[in-house]
Design a protein around this ligand. Structure first.
Ligand code: ATP
Length: 365
């Protein structure tokens, strides 16, 4: 069990900065997701926390103790690289027991712990089976068993489900999360898949180009993105972003979107003109009479809902509406946004502006 805190963590590879001044705290027992596109610095951050990469600067604390210069083996964490990395000539029992043998744990204690973990993972009946002939799912479970058996303070996982097909991946994601809930061990999990992060994580940190964009609970990130990057990265389809170049006078208090008055936060700290309005597709409503006009470009049927793509003066907008509303491609309609559910961004900095609804952004930004 461990709390992990990183402060101003940075990693340079020569002239290239892979991680820039990152700070966040992972609370004891959390399932914590490091999320971002390929190359954003997730793996490098995890490897520094694990002791596999030396930080250029900054600190890493595990349970309040600074561990930045300690070797991986002294940090008492289990790094689950690839769950398939098993010893094929050994049976399940010996694969799981392997880390204990190298620690000199007694035979009786090893047997007890291996059997307890096999019960936890639901693989008691295959303990004496060679791993060579096991199904993919059972191999994953054995790999996990081997990581768990040492009873480390925390688990680090780098895209552990990346190689699996979609259906199996979803099943293993649920199993991993359930296992975490039974054990309560701090888990740090790297993924580029926003759905996986939102489905599994207690908290998410979103990274981009080595920078922490935002961290917090999934719903806060989804509802109140702190930056345009987070707005565009989370959600499928992502948040609509409508730019109002020069349309909002400096000092204006209300953005009048054809009848929908959207309050512009008085504290437009640093805002230098152009604003962007972010609105999730589920908060865009088609209303024939609404003043903000749009033309239907396409519809995509998804069962109970449909995604309607519309052209507006500010570019394309996607709306998620019930499928029983009939929409014709080419027709012109009006759009209404829920003013309570929009986020305003300062385009120049890419950051969300404070308003009555989205003060949470600043708490996690
Ligand atoms: P991915 O999911 O693709 O692995 P990531 O977010 O985990 O992406 P990192 O692996 O942390 O990204 O890499 C961040 C950046 O640092 C990348 O541009 C990568 O090329 C670079 N990088 C990583 N390790 C090294 C290294 N040892 N030497 C030089 N550059 C490196």
């Amino acid at each position: 069990m461990a709390q992990i805190r990183i402060e101003n963590l940075r990693k340079d590879f020569g002239d290239f900065t892979a991680v820039q001044s990152s700070s966040f705290t992972i609370e004891d027992g959390e399932f914590f997701m490091l999320l971002g596109p390929s190359g954003c610095g997730k793996t490098t951050t995890l490897r520094m926390m694990a002791g596999l990469e030396l930080p250029t600067s900054g600190e890493i604390y595990i349970d309040g103790e600074e561990v930045g210069t300690r070797r991986a083996s002294q940090r008492d964490i289990a790094f689950v690289f690839q769950m398939f990395a098993l010893y094929p000539h050994m049976n399940v029992r010996r694969n799981i027991a392997y880390p204990l043998r190298s620690q000199g744990v007694s035979r009786a204690e090893t047997k007890r712990r291996v059997e307890e973990i096999a019960r936890l993972l639901g693989i008691e009946d295959i303990l004496d089976t060679p791993v060579g002939g096991l199904s993919g799912g059972d191999r994953q479970r054995v790999g996990l068993g081997r990581a768990i058996v040492r009873e480390p303070k925390a688990f680090f996982m780098d895209e552990p489900l990346g190689a699996l097909d979609a259906e199996f991946r979803e099943h293993m994601a649920e199993e991993l999360r359930a296992l975490h809930d039974r054990m309560g061990a701090t888990t740090v999990y790297v993924t580029h898949d926003q759905l996986e992060a939102m489905q599994m994580g207690d908290k998410i940190v979103v990274m981009n180009h080595g920078v922490v964009e935002q961290f917090g609970v999934p719903q806060d990130l989804y509802d109140w993105p702190a930056t345009l990057f987070v707005a565009g990265f989370l959600g499928s389809p992502p948040m609509n972003v409508l730019r109002f170049d020069g349309a909002v006078a400096q000092g204006a208090e209300v953005l009048d979107l054809a009848g929908a008055a959207i309050a512009v936060p008085a504290a437009r700290e640093g805002a230098r003109g152009a604003l962007a309005l972010g609105v999730r597709p589920e908060h865009v409503h088609l209303e024939a009479e609404a003043g903000y006009r749009a033309q239907v470009l396409a519809t995509e049927y998804l069962g109970t809902t449909q995604i309607v793509t519309l052209r507006t003066a500010q570019g394309e907008v996607k709306a998620r509406i019930p499928s029983d509303i009939h929409v014709r491609e080419g027709e012109t309609t009006g759009l209404r946004f829920d003013a309570r559910n929009v986020t305003l961004f300062d385009v120049a900095s890419g950051r969300a502006l404070r308003s009555a609804g989205n003060e949470k952004v600043l708490a996690h930004g």
